[in-house]
Design a protein around this ligand. Structure first.
Ligand code: SF4
Length: 349
């Protein structure tokens, strides 16, 4: 038996376990491809608990692919506000427009077609094709890689493309006919609830203990082996919360790059003192009349960490280079990423 060879019974056992033990989640109520697709995109890099409310709210406002294709981008981003990785929302809408234009509004069924949609990678395409269309297409993300690396006792780094490729290939061979979606979801579920990351997996409660080579060799906690993580770049940022007659100055970020197209408070690179922040406000033509003590905050992205210094500055001139808005509209209408959320100390001023 080669290292990547899997016992066919593994899928039957997992599927049986899944039907009894699956968590009740809003996107599991049906196999509508729009619902499965939306949930898979929302769940990328985001916890299940955090996604639930977003998923329900999004579908209440945007119930179909057609509505998504025709909704203003600003509204889609607002519904995504707080979830982060906003390019996901933009790609979702672009893909909806492609589905309307090229597939007559019907979600494509073939794995290769699904994979071509913007924002859809092999994991998401595999998940949709198996869950919605019963295709034997594995969905291998970090969770499934971990589970399978343990079951197969793989001691190479799971970051290696060849490891992922071999696991995907091995899984594709044991997909049970008519139960593809359940098998895909059983692996996700096992990774989320039993064969968990960061610490000891719950092997005593695991339905596939007898198939698991890491368990048998007592090395489950040493797997997966990962390459050393890249160190995040640190960037300092000074954010000026300019307030004039109860209105806040905001501006739209560039249409490309980090947090593209979202709204933000005016800011500059580096860490300014209060004096420098006032000087800057003066140069921006807002006639500052007072400044509060700064608030420090950090925000972490995948590759970068922002160390942010916020200043609250009262101003007398609403300079035209900014967009000025009341606090209520700022909260309700504009898509502002979490990094630029108004510090709570200043929300009532
Ligand atoms: Fe994971 Fe333990 Fe189950 Fe193996 S036996 S799959 S290590 S939970």
């Amino acid at each position: 038996m080669s290292q990547y060879e899997l016992d066919k019974q593994l899928s039957d056992v997992l599927v049986g376990w899944y039907w009894v033990n699956q968590r009740k989640l809003p996107w599991r109520e049906d196999n509508d491809p729009f619902h499965v697709w939306l949930s898979e995109i929302m769940l990328q890099q985001t916890r299940v608990e955090a996604v639930k409310a977003y998923y329900i709210r999004f579908l209440n406002e945007i119930p179909t692919i057609e509505v998504l294709a025709n909704t203003k981008e600003e509204k889609v981003l607002k519904l995504w506000e707080g979830l982060g990785y906003y390019s996901r929302a933009r790609n979702l809408q672009k893909a909806a427009q492609i589905i309307m234009g090229e597939y007559g509004g019907i979600f494509p069924q073939e794995y290769r077609q699904i994979l071509k949609l913007p924002g859809v990678g092999t994991y998401t395409a595999g998940a949709i094709a198996s869950i919605c269309f019963d295709a034997p297409t594995p969905a291998v993300d970090g969770n499934v890689l971990r589970v399978m690396a343990r079951i197969l006792a793989i001691t190479e780094s799971t970051d290696l493309p060849a490891v992922k490729r071999n696991i995907t290939h091995a899984l594709a061979h044991i997909y049970p006919q008519g139960q593809s979606g359940a098998f895909t979801q059983s692996l996700m579920e096992l990774g989320a609830t039993v064969c968990i990351p960061n610490g000891k997996p719950c092997c005593e409660a695991c339905p596939v203990q007898s198939f698991c080579r890491a368990f048998q060799n007592n090395i489950a906690e040493d797997i997966p082996v990962k390459k050393q993580k890249q160190v995040r770049k640190i960037q300092e940022l000074t954010v000026l919360v300019l307030v004039c007659d109860g209105c806040f100055a905001i501006r739209k970020r560039e249409s490309k790059g980090l947090l593209a197209g979202m709204w933000e408070f005016p800011n500059v690179d580096g860490k300014c003192t209060s004096g420098q922040a006032l000087e800057l406000a003066m140069r921006w033509g807002v006639a500052p009349s007072g400044i509060d003590d700064p608030i420090e905050r950090t925000h972490i992205f995948t590759h970068i960490k922002w160390k942010m210094t916020f200043y609250y500055i009262r101003c007398q001139t609403p300079a035209k280079q900014f967009h000025w808005t009341e606090q209520s509209a700022l909260l309700k209408t504009y898509a502002v990423p979490v990094a630029f959320k108004l510090p709570s100390q200043w929300t009532q001023q």
